[in-house]
Every structure is written in structure tokens, then in C-alpha cells.
Design a protein around this ligand. Structure first.
Ligand code: ZN
Length: 684
């Protein structure tokens, strides 16, 4: 039985029937393993996409069919090569098998592991995958034996070798820091591989394989049951606090809802009604130009350079106290619901929420079979993600369920984020076809400048965006009506904001995330106070970083300004003489190089860190930021750079006070170091 591994022998000696059986079963079992592995990973990454047995079984079957065809071709070629070179087909099959499984496993592991937060999940994936590999090989082993194939113990080696290699890769990626630890893991991996060979040759019986399968699957099951979310403490004693509702609308430009009046202003009766009852900050700016860092700031009162949640992988540190955590500790029932992939629990935005419903990303991940079926039978694979209407409905239900207790509800609607696809009833010109704009791939090409829409197309895009805003307004009207009908509206503190705006080629580009111009930074920010009849408009520039301290201040809850990046905005209407205009900062760009911005003395300075290039705009004379006066006003540039340097230092100090590690890349970017060398860093 061990002959095939122990001593090479000419392929011609192996009966061609038994060789064919071995190759056939190896090909089919490796395809099954790869398909199962691929699907298992997708399920872990996108559980909502596979919520029924047909949703699991069909992609598995489709993936298997495709991979089986590929495997048979690959193994056929391998066998032919083996015959040609006079090598043992069993070994070639083994090498091909390991390569196939690794190819199927590596992509998922990389995909899942893209986020640091997913180390635990990646572990579960790995263990499930290993279990699957062992089980599939066990079946193949039995089949090959039944078919009388020689060298079937090769099949026992395959899963063990795959498991050793995958385990080594996972440990290197997630659990070992520094070259010393990695070298140790590599050594251990090599030892495990050698042990695999030994086990396969000496004691690879179905019984041993079954025991191994049970072991890894049992561990996977236990691990999957483990919920990494820390348990919430019991609510503090309930008392009479006003309900708090935070409504954030993704990608909502301030000018579309706040004016000035003109063709671009979108009629939004529900939002207008709310703003009419509120303290409205007409010059509010987001702290970052895209969702994750901006909302992290909004929910924590900390600047992007402090919370560090500024890239695709980053997660909001558990050490930070969020608004939900503060309100929960004060006796509030907390609920967060909405849609945006950057706000998934894996990124730490669920901290402090009793209930948190932000579904996973709008795709099937790397599930090969689901991707194939999505193309072939799109009707069976509809959009998985709740519409704005569904989110509004869920918000109304949540309010119904919690109307009798102090509650904090955060509702985040993804519209009017692209794709712009409003229901026809919300379009001024529904006859304009197509009624959709902004597939991800298309947005990428437009951003890169490879696709340049003409004026007519830009008008159409702006109209679709406006249609999305009308749609959002109509849905938010339902949420506000629910509060009114239950007698909660008057008592509630309702905060309305957005995470960033949207560029429509004002500066030559489209979308958001890469610049700090006002079409992206300026957002609506309003507080409908509880019970009080304060309705006013404040035109001073303020940051959405002030949202959390302002809410705590309004509720009479204590907060330490030394532990936050912003003060409360309440003085702006309580004691306007005491309110101070302070410089506003923005950071955390997503594409095309990091930028920092500061608004001060009616001007805005934007510094590009990679190049050290700065732009300066006089916001009073040139509110559309069309011509930089950096060359003509070196003193103002110097002042802005000093402010940026001082801010960076203040953020680093605050991180220290909060017990957060210094963020990677934040300490000594070249441009800021150069600025310091030039003496820009002053005492502020
Ligand atoms: Zn956003």
C-alpha cells in the first residue's frame, strides 16, 4: 500500500485502469474540496447571502461542476506529462491537488483577512476548510480503494499536507509578529509537513482520517459559536430621559438641502420640517471625506487621527467610548440600523448597541458557484440588501418596540450614495433612460478619468442624485411621522447629519473620498432639541466631531473635553457671546494620496502629504474654491501649516491619554517632517 510513496516505479507498471481511477477520483475530490472551501469562506464572509439550503446547495453544485471540469483537464494534462517524463502520476496528482486547494483557499483567506478585525473569522475559515479537506479526501480515499486504485494513500497525504501548509500560512499572516516568530512558524510548518508524510505512509486509514475530521470540525464548531462581541452590561436604572434619534444620510451634500435656493436645491419637505424645528449649523464640515473615518468621528467625538479608523482594514478600537456606549451606560436602550459596508460590526461600529443591523457587503464574496449562477440566472439572485424604504420601515418597528423606555436609535441610510437608482416616482424626468448610474467598476473608471461624461450626462447624473434625495426624504418622513404619532417627537432629541458630500466635477473629479473641497466636506448638521423651542441657524464653521459632546451636553451627561477632539456646540445658541470659532480639521482620504485640511480665518488650506503641495482658498471671496491663493499669501499658508502640525501633535497626545497605540503612518509623514524642519511647527 505504501509502495507508491516509498519507491518510484515506472508508470507503465501501474495498471492503466487503476491509474485512471486514481486520477479521476483525485480530480473529483480536489474539485469538491476546492468548491466546498470556496463556499465555506463565502458563507463566513457573507452569511446573509446564503440563508437557505437552496442558496447554499445551488452555488456548491455550480462551483463543483466548474471546478470538476477544470480539475479533470488539469489532471489529464498532468497525467500525460507524467507519462511523457516517466514519472509517477500519483505524485504529480498530489502536487496538482495541493496547488488547486491552495489556490481555492488562498483567495478566500486573503479576502477575509483583508480586515484585521477578521483574524478570528479567518481562523474559523481555516479550521472549517481543513475539516472539509480531510473529509473530502476521506471520501476520495474510500472511492479510490473501492476502484482498486494503486497508491490511494497519496490521497491521505494530500489533506494533511494541505492542512499543514494552510495552517502555516495562517499563522504567518495573523499570529506571528517579527521575522523570528515567522521563522519559527515556518520550521513548525515544515515539521508538520514531514509528519504528514509519515502519517500518510504509516497509518493513513479511514479511521485515522475520520478521527482527524471530527477533531477539526469539532473545534471549528466551538470556535464559530464563540461571539467576539463583549457582553453588554445590564442597563442602568431607567429614568425619564428624552429619546435620542440620530439620522445620518450617506453622501448628502449640504447645498442640496440647505440651499442657497436655485436649480440644485432639492425639495425635501420632511427634512425641511425637521430643520425648521432645529438648531441648524449651515457651515458644518465633516472630519473626513468618506464614510468610515467620518462616521467614526461623528460617533466618538474624536478626530480621524485619534481614532485611526481611516483605511479599509481599520476598525474602531474597543478602548474608545462611543456615543452608544455612553448612552447605554446612562440607561438607554440602543439600536443601530442601516446600510453601509464600512459600518459592519467587524469594524467595531456596533460598540454599545443592544441591537445592530448593518448587513454585510452587497456581493457574494468569492463564492465561485454563486458568481456563476448570478450571471446565468440573475432572477434567482436578487439584491440582498435592504432599500432605504426597508430601513425606514425597520426604524419605525424599532421605535414601536422601544417607545416605552429611554432609547437611542441611530438610523443610517445609504442613499443617495451611488448607484443612483431612485424609484421612478422621485424623478423629475423619469422618461430619461437608463434610470441608473454608478456601477462600482464604472465609478472607478470615472474617478480615474478614463470615462469623461459630457455636460448632458452630468446633468442626468445630478438629476438622478436629486431623485435619490427626494426618495430618502419621503422615507425619513415615515420615521418622523412615527415619532409624532407616538407622541415622541416633541420630547425627542433628533440629530440630523451626513458623513460627507459628493463631487460632481466641480474640481474635475466625481464621487467622494479623495479631496477635501467643500462639495465633499460640507454636510447638514442639525439638532432638534428635546422640548425646547429653540430654532435657529448658526452660520459659524463647525465640525461634525462636535456631535457627541453636544448630545452628551444636551442630555446633561458628564464628558471630559480633554478626552475628546471637540467641544459641545450648545454655547452657540445658549450663550453665543461665549462661543468661539475654532480651526476645523479634516483628514483620512481614501484614494489618491493622503491629504490634510484646515479651515481657519475664513480660509482653507489643503496639504497633499505625498508631494507637500498646498492649496489655499479664501472661502469668503471664492466659496467654490476655484483659484488657490497659496502663492500670493505665504503667511496664511504658514499659519495653516502651523495649525496642521499643532493638530497632529494634539491628536498624538490625545491618543496617548486614551491609551491608544500611536497609529502607523501618523507620526512622521514626510511632508509634515519637512514642515517641522522648515520651522512651521509653532506653539499653538
Ligand atoms: Zn458615506
Amino acid at each position: 500500500m505504501h509502495a507508491c510513496l516509498a519507491e518510484p516505479r515506472p508508470t507503465t507498471r501501474m495498471s492503466s485502469r487503476s491509474e485512471r481511477a486514481l486520477l479521476l477520483w483525485t480530480a473529483l475530490s480536489s474539485a469538491l474540496t476546492a468548491a466546498g472551501l470556496n463556499l465555506a469562506t463565502s458563507v463566513l464572509d457573507h452569511p446573509r447571502a446564503f440563508d437557505s439550503w437552496p442558496a447554499l446547495g445551488l452555488p456548491l453544485a455550480a462551483g463543483y461542476a466548474l471546478l470538476a471540469a477544470i480539475s479533470l483537464i488539469v489532471f489529464g494534462v498532468t497525467a500525460a506529462l507524467g507519462r511523457w517524463r516517466g514519472r509517477d502520476a500519483g505524485w504529480l496528482a498530489a502536487a496538482t491537488y495541493v496547488a488547486l486547494v491552495l489556490a481555492a483557499a488562498l483567495a478566500p483567506l486573503i479576502e477575509v483577512g483583508m480586515r484585521e478585525a477578521s483574524a478570528e473569522r479567518a481562523g474559523v475559515v481555516l479550521v472549517c476548510a481543513t475539516g472539509f479537506v480531510v473529509s473530502a479526501a476521506l471520501a476520495a480515499h474510500a472511492f479510490a480503494r473501492a476502484a482498486g486504485a494503486a497508491g490511494s494513500d497519496v490521497l491521505a497525504l494530500l489533506p494533511l499536507a494541505s492542512a499543514s501548509i494552510l495552517g502555516t500560512l495562517w499563522l504567518i499572516e495573523y499570529r506571528s509578529e517579527g521575522p523570528g516568530a515567522r521563522a519559527l512558524v515556518l520550521l513548525a510548518g515544515a515539521a508538520a509537513l514531514a509528519a504528514s508524510v509519515w502519517v500518510a505512509r504509516r497509518c493513513a486509514t479511514p479511521r485515522v482520517l475520520a478521527a482527524l475530521s471530527a477533531l477539526v470540525l469539532g473545534y471549528a464548531g466551538l470556535d464559530a459559536l464563540h461571539d467576539p462581541r463583549p457582553a453588554l452590561a445590564p442597563l442602568a436604572a431607567a429614568w425619564d430621559r428624552p429619546p435620542v434619534v440620530l439620522i445620518t444620510v450617506d453622501t448628502l451634500r449640504a447645498d442640496r438641502v440647505l440651499g442657497p435656493d436655485g436649480p440644485r436645491r432639492v425639495p425635501t419637505p420632511a427634512i425641511d420640517g425637521l430643520l425648521a424645528d432645529s438648531v441648524v449649523f449651515s457651515e458644518a464640515r465633516a472630519a473626513a471625506p468618506w464614510t468610515k473615518p467620518s462616521l467614526a468621528t461623528l460617533l466618538t467625538g474624536l478626530a480621524p487621527l485619534v481614532h485611526g479608523t481611516t483605511n479599509r482594514r481599520a476598525r474602531l478600537p474597543r478602548e474608545i467610548d462611543t456615543l452608544a456606549e455612553r448612552l447605554r451606560a446612562a440607561g438607554y436602550r440602543t439600536g443601530g440600523l442601516g446600510l453601509n459596508a464600512h459600518l459592519e460590526p467587524a469594524f467595531g461600529f456596533d460598540q454599545g448597541f443592544d441591537a445592530y443591523a448593518f448587513p454585510a457587503r452587497p456581493d457574494y464574496g468569492i463564492a465561485l458557484g454563486a458568481r456563476v449562477l448570478e450571471r446565468l440566472v440573475p432572477a434567482r439572485f436578487p439584491e440582498l440588501f435592504p432599500s432605504t424604504a426597508a430601513i425606514a420601515g425597520a426604524a419605525v418597528d424599532w421605535i414601536d418596540d422601544h417607545a416605552q423606555e429611554p432609547f437611542f436609535l441611530w438610523v443610517h441610510v445609504l442613499d443617495p450614495h451611488w448607484p443612483y437608482e431612485p424609484p421612478a416616482e422621485w424623478l423629475a424626468h423619469p422618461e430619461l433612460e437608463p434610470r441608473r448610474w454608478g456601477e462600482p467598476a464604472m465609478v472607478t473608471s470615472v474617478q480615474a478619468g478614463n470615462v469623461k461624461p459630457g455636460q448632458a450626462e452630468r446633468e442626468r447624473v445630478a438629476e438622478l442624485y436629486a431623485g435619490e434625495i427626494r426618495y430618502v426624504d419621503a422615507e425619513l418622513a415615515r420615521v418622523l411621522a412615527a415619532l409624532r404619532e407616538r407622541g415622541l417627537y416633541e420630547r425627542a432629541l433628533i440629530v440630523f447629519a451626513s458623513d460627507h458630500g459628493e463631487e460632481f466635477w466641480e474640481h474635475g473629479r466625481y464621487e467622494h473620498g479623495h479631496t477635501l473641497y467643500d462639495e465633499v466636506l460640507r454636510v447638514p448638521l442639525a439638532f432638534k432639541l428635546s422640548g425646547a423651542e429653540v430654532r435657529t441657524r448658526v452660520d459659524a464653521p463647525v465640525s461634525t466631531a462636535a456631535l457627541m459632546p453636544t448630545v452628551l451636553d444636551l442630555l446633561g451627561l458628564p464628558f471630559d473635553e480633554q478626552q475628546l477632539s471637540s467641544r459641545s456646540l450648545a454655547p452657540w445658541w445658549r450663550a453665543p457671546d461665549e462661543a468661539r470659532v475654532e480651526p476645523l480639521f479634516a483628514a483620512g482620504t481614501y484614494y489618491f494620496g493622503e491629504k490634510r485640511g484646515v479651515v481657519f480665518d475664513g480660509k482653507k488650506l489643503v496639504l497633499e502629504l505625498d508631494t507637500g503641495r498646498s492649496e489655499l482658498y479664501d472661502l469668503t471671496r471664492d466659496p467654490r474654491e476655484l483659484s488657490s491663493i497659496a502663492a500670493a499669501a505665504p503667511e496664511a499658508v504658514r499659519r495653516g501649516l502651523q495649525l496642521l502640525c499643532a493638530w497632529q501633535d494634539a491628536c498624538a497626545e490625545l491618543r496617548g491619554r486614551l491609551g491608544l497605540a500611536v497609529a502607523e503612518g501618523e507620526t512622521g509623514s514626510e511632508a509634515l517632517r519637512a514642515m517641522r524642519a522648515l520651522g512651521y511647527a509653532g506653539t499653538e
